[in-house]
Ligand binder design. Sequence first.
Ligand code: PLP
Length: 390
Amino acid sequence: QKINRHPLVYFDNAATTQKPRPVLEAIQRYYEHDNANVHRGIHELSNRATAAYEGARERVAQFINAPSTKDIIFTRGTTEAINLVAATWGAANLREGDVILLTELEHHSNLVPWQLLAQRTGAALRFIPVTGDEGTLDLSDLDALFRDVKLLSITHISNALGTINPVAELCAKARAVGAVTLVDAAQSAGHLPLDVQAIGCDFLSFSGHKLCGPTGIGALYARTALQEAMPPYQGGGEMIATVTFQSSEYHVPPHKFEAGTPNIAGAVGLHAALDYLDDLGRENIHAHDTELASYAKDRLAEFDGIRIFGPAGDRGGLVSFVFENVHALDLATMADQQGVAIRIGHHCTQPLHDKLGVPATARASFYFYNTRAEVDRFIEVLQKGMKLLS
Ligand code: PLP
């Protein structure tokens, strides 16, 4: 479509992606033919809805190579998944003196839940530092970083800088000190092949809407052995085995963590999205996105007075930058007038931006449907804008 009379260039994929037609059709087909509530019914439609919902769970397990379908808890997205771990595993296992190890790159959704938990339990937060504008992790003193650590919770790919973190190595180090691990895969699940067994994490979370699926659905991988010992998250229907007026016995994992009617249509859409991505091939998506990000970075480097953030080598499919003399808000507004959608702000990583000494950055983030020609158009729009604004 055209935006402000110009062909749309959508470079806000780290915030949310567009939805392919097969995803929309799967959701519509579900509502037109199979709509009913899950698990509780014995009629045909309820059986179909249950099969679709549980089929989606199986598909998620396969997508991230989880050993069992039971390891998959459906959530509203990454944020709810991390809050679930904090409220259940965290509340049951952390106490004063324990350390929660994060990185300085974390999205607020992998920071604020741990701040809340630290306030409640007396646990302390510690951060793996990033090295300057490149935003790679400083891992020079791992032993000191991991002292007294009970939980390591880190992003796989930084939504602000595009840094790809060595999650398998860090999870191995955490395991060696007996710590539990969580990987925030919000920016990686739809962009590269993911294997929770190869990463060696205990928890991993992602959001459907960032990988061509609908909003309001995501998944938490949680090793079943840990789920057994975790208290429930929310109470209600679906998560119980038996209930008396005074107390309840809970359903087996993962249902114990899914109170109430779930987002069935969302799970159906997510299933279709995962099929779509695997038809394209996640290796191909990764190669395309990183190539486009590095092309955009090279083209941006043509500007005077620009500061470009993120690693020099391999990066996720995005590039963030600021101009010395032009405010990011003016830039994004002007880009929108030319049909180019980019995002500005702290991208839910305010402490990282404080450390970098900038209140906001502009971010262009890419997906498999973006092209080099669109990057060229984006650069052209910036060139025009810089002439006008500076
Ligand atoms: N973690 C990272 C790295 C993200 O980029 C995002 C969203 O931008 C989130 C977590 C939160 O995802 P959601 O808002 O879908 O829960």
